[in-house]
Design a protein around this ligand. Structure first.
Ligand SMILES: [Fe+2]
Length: 275
């Protein structure tokens, strides 16, 4: 007689056996996370590292210890058989943590991000199947609202693990009218003629082909602050003056050698054209 295959539970309904299996997997996962952090901290402690990354790992390790205790209790109370792979987790988790810590802080944080992502996805999927088990549901549900951060991935590539948790929204660069309002809100005391002339020059600079790094809003605000502090006259910004094709205090706008050289060449050509 052939053994009958167990039929999978329909989505959204978790049987007692399934819940036990979930607790076993969760318990193993928390144990693995604890061992990874222990491996990382062993390396950090041996090196006497007191960096921000070490402090962050220590804090996350404490949280994982707390999670593990919760699942230790659930395993005991519900008489769930713990995973037979515990000795493997003990060694492999610690070794993975130690290896990434030895590779440096970047690798440590990448490992942490990957582990946390897998855990989050796992619990999110589990929540969908837990209808009746209020205790387990409460245990695996997020305790804190996620912190929302707005950042730009146009400046440099962000890691895939980070991007997977991001919602992408494209924000166009502000048009001159919007930028005028932005400038007003940052610098309410700026003279209107200075703001108008500076903005025109700013957009002209952004349009110069071949710039390695086009100045953005924060550079504009910094530049305007400097122009105001140094009481630069509006006339000095007028590009019709051959001597001022390179804008005054341009170091606030152009941030690399190649772009400065590009402007110097343009100024030279402009002067020759007027001669
Ligand atoms: Fe955890």
């Amino acid at each position: 007689m052939s053994a009958r295959k167990k039929r999978p539970a329909p989505p959204g309904v978790a049987k007692t056996d399934d819940v036990e299996a979930m607790i076993r997997v969760d318990h193993a996962g928390e144990y693995g996370a604890v061992r990874i952090y222990e491996g990382q901290l062993a390396v950090f402690d041996a090196r006497g590292s007191g960096t921000k990354a070490a402090a962050a790992i220590r804090k996350m390790a404490e949280q994982e210890q707390h999670h593990l205790k919760t699942f230790d209790r659930l395993v005991n109370e519900r008489r769930v058989r713990p995973t037979a792979l515990e000795p493997v987790w003990r060694l492999a988790g610690f070794a993975l943590g130690a290896a990434t810590a030895l590779m440096g802080e970047k690798a440590t944080m990448a490992c942490t991000a990957a582990v946390e992502e897998v855990i989050d996805d796992h619990y999110a999927a589990q929540l969908e199947r837990l209808n009746d088990d209020k205790e387990l549901k409460k245990t695996v549900a997020a305790k804190q609202r996620p912190i929302v951060m707005i950042t730009s991935n146009n400046e440099k590539e962000l890691p895939d693990a980070f991007l997977r948790r991001c919602f992408f929204h494209y924000i166009r660069f502000p048009d001159p009218e919007t930028m005028e309002r932005i400038v007003q809100s940052h610098l309410p005391d700026i003279r209107k003629d200075l703001a108008r002339e500076a903005l025109q020059l700013f957009y002209e600079i952004r349009d110069v082909p071949g710039l390695r790094k086009r100045p953005a809003t924060s550079e504009l605000i910094d530049w305007l602050k400097l122009l105001m502090a140094d009481e630069i006259p509006v006339a000095a910004l007028r590009s019709s003056d051959a001597k001022t094709v390179i804008p005054p205090l341009h170091g606030a706008l152009l941030k690399n050698e190649q772009d400065i050289h590009l402007f110097e060449r343009l100024a030279f050509l402009h002067r020759r054209g007027q001669a």
